[in-house]
Every structure is written in C-alpha cells, then in structure tokens.
Design a binder for this molecule. Sequence first.
Ligand code: COA
Length: 375
Amino acid sequence: MSNDVKYGLAGVIADDTAVSKVMPETNSLTYRGYAVQDLATACQFEDVAYLIWHRELPTEAQRAEFKSLERSERGLSQNAHALLQMLNNDAHPMDTLRTVVSFIGQEDGTTEDSSPEGLYAKSVRMMAKIPEIIAVDYRRRQGKGPIPPDASLDFCENFFNMCFGEVPAPEVVKCFDISMTLYAEHSFNASTFTGRVIASTTSDIYSAVTGAIGALKGPLHGGANEAVMHMLEEVGEPSNAKAWMLDALENKKKIMGFGHRVYRSGDSRVPTMTDAFQKMVEIMDTPEAKKYWEMSRILDDTMVDAKGIYPNLDFPAGPAYYLMGFDIPTFTPIFVMSRITGWTAHIMEQAADNKLIRPLSNYVGSEQRSVEGAA
Ligand code: COA
C-alpha cells in the first residue's frame, strides 16, 4: 500500500459537474439545485428527467412536449424483439438489458452523432425504450408474450402495464415514481464514472451506457437492491431479524443495503423512500407486506445500534419492488430505467468540455528484467 495512491479513488475530485450535489455533512442531495426529497414528492419522474437534462423544471407546455417526445420514442424494432427471444432465459436481466441496449446502438443510424442535439435525442430514446426491454424480458422469462407500450399512459404506468397488463393503485404507482426520482442521479458513482470514462474517449453514447449498465450490475453498486431482497427472504420472519443481524455482524458479513462510500451518517434518499414504502404497505394491508415492513424496521434498528452503519436507498427499494410484484432479478434493471437520465446528463456534460480520463498507476510488479535466459 502506498500513501500516494487513492485506493478506490476515495476522496478524489475528478471533474466539475452541474448535474447534482451530494452533501454528506447534511445527508442531502440536490439535482440542479433542487432537494431530491422535494422533487420526489412534488414532481413526476418525467419532470425530473427533464430537469436533469435541461437544467430547469419544465413549464406546462414543455412538460407536454417532453411527454409526447418520450411517448413517440417508445417501441422496439422487430429485430430487437427477435434478439430478445433468442437470448438465454436463465441469463441475468442486466446481461439481457446490456446486450439489447448495445444492439439498439448498432441499429440506430445516428449513433455516431455526438452533437448536443444528437446526444439528447438518443438519451430520450433510451429512456423510452429501456422499460420495454425490461418488461418484454420479464414476461418472456415467465413464458408470456410481450405487451406493447401504450402511448396514453405515463412513463411509470406504462411500465407496469407492459409487465403485468394492468396499472396498480395510484399509491403504488407513486411509490414507484418516487423510487425513479431517487435513483435518477448521484454524482460520480461507479456506473456514472464508467459512462464518463467511455465518453471521454469520444466513443458513442450507447457504448458509454452499455458500460455503465455493466458497472451498475455489481452487488456493491446497483445489484444491492436485489441482494437486500435475498437477505430478507433468508431472514424469513420479523421474529428472526434481530438475531440474524447480530449473528451476521458477528461473522463479519457485509450486510447488503447498508453503508455508503460518500454518506457516513445516513443516505439522503432513504427517509423519502421509506415513507413511500410504508404508505404502500398500509394501502396493500396484506400479511406479506406487513411482514417485510416489520422485518426491515428491525434490521435497520439493529444495524444502526450495533455498528452505526445506516441503510442506503437499496434497502427500502428492494422490498418495495418485491411487493409491487416484480421478481428479484428485475430490480437492478429498474434502477437503469431511472439512472439512464443521470448517466446521459453526465455523458453530455463530459462531451461538452472533454478531457480524456486517464489516471496513473503505482507499479508493484517485478523489476525490469531480461527475456534472455528466462525459461
Ligand atoms: N455491512 C457490514 N459492515 C460494513 C458495511 C456493511 N454493509 N458497510 C461498511 N461496513 C464496514 C466495513 O466492514 C468496514 O469496517 P472495518 O473498518 O472494521 O473493516 C467499514 O464499515 C468501512 O467499510 P468499507 O467497505 O471500507 O467502505 P467503502 O466506502 O469501501 O464501501 C460500500 C461502501 C457501499 C461498498 C459498503 O458499505 C458495502 O459494501 N455495502 C453493502 C453493499 C451496498 O449496499 N451497496 C449499495 C451502495 S449504494
């Protein structure tokens, strides 16, 4: 270990950004200057996407225009559908999504257009098409045929309809919409930084997003929302929760859905998502919903008491998605549906004022030696 190396780039400020600001000292997060909890409760995800890309919340007219643009970009080509049917049913949906996004980039005749207008058009296109990829894949894994997008429905409603053939209660849609806003953007996290690194080579936006999807898949990043749900299933009952957590900590297990590289005393997004999860549980009023709510409260309290490590957004989001009816492997692709907005805003920001990202390394291998005489 060398003192000159910033392992994991921890604490390194790599560039300027005007997209979002993470303030760990106050556990707060703003998108373009607006507090994320205010955006989540007062706005729809489409407004937040507009804000992230255009730097301002939309007027009524801009909102209508943006919604109609997103709706007009929905729909996958026949070839994309054919590709989806060819892909392995047992593959993780993040692998499927990564493959199909890459295919759409290969299919899109404007992939090499990296003008600001060209990047924006492709960003909206990906926002509009990614939910259908996830929904078609979700249904095909269950042996069911696709449900086409419905241009009369809003973004979140359309996603539910493409997955389940119906739109749930407004409170459930709102809980999902809140999660979309909270997941949308988070400064230089691993996947966003991956996207920026790829964009910095002046490669195309689909390549950058494909790479970002790969980075998000890992359980130390986006994959944690799935891992949380596996943990809750393993715990089984609220009555087991405290003992399970204490035992896991005793055995030095990493507890999924807790801890954060930047926030050390609480993730700014968690109270809003936890409230939305609780409201949804109250509306559902089922023994299963109550069970996951109670279990997560006990795990949270036990972890905070025992280690002073707080939950991150994946902790309430995982069980919320599960109760909405999604299978566990769909959780991280849902994160992509939202984070595509933040990723592409950063890719556009990188392209607008680009400097190739190329750090140095601290060499720790063999001293220079000669091939001559080597076996
Ligand atoms: N469970 C148990 N202990 C944890 C923990 C967790 N989820 N997160 C951090 N810690 C402990 C570490 O064991 C370490 O303890 P030590 O100093 O005694 O060795 C200390 O807290 C610092 O953790 P570290 O892993 O070095 O912090 P980091 O900044 O590198 O890691 C995460 C941040 C997010 C990768 C880490 O907290 C983690 O793996 N969390 C679980 C996965 C997750 O929820 N990811 C989603 C992030 S939004």
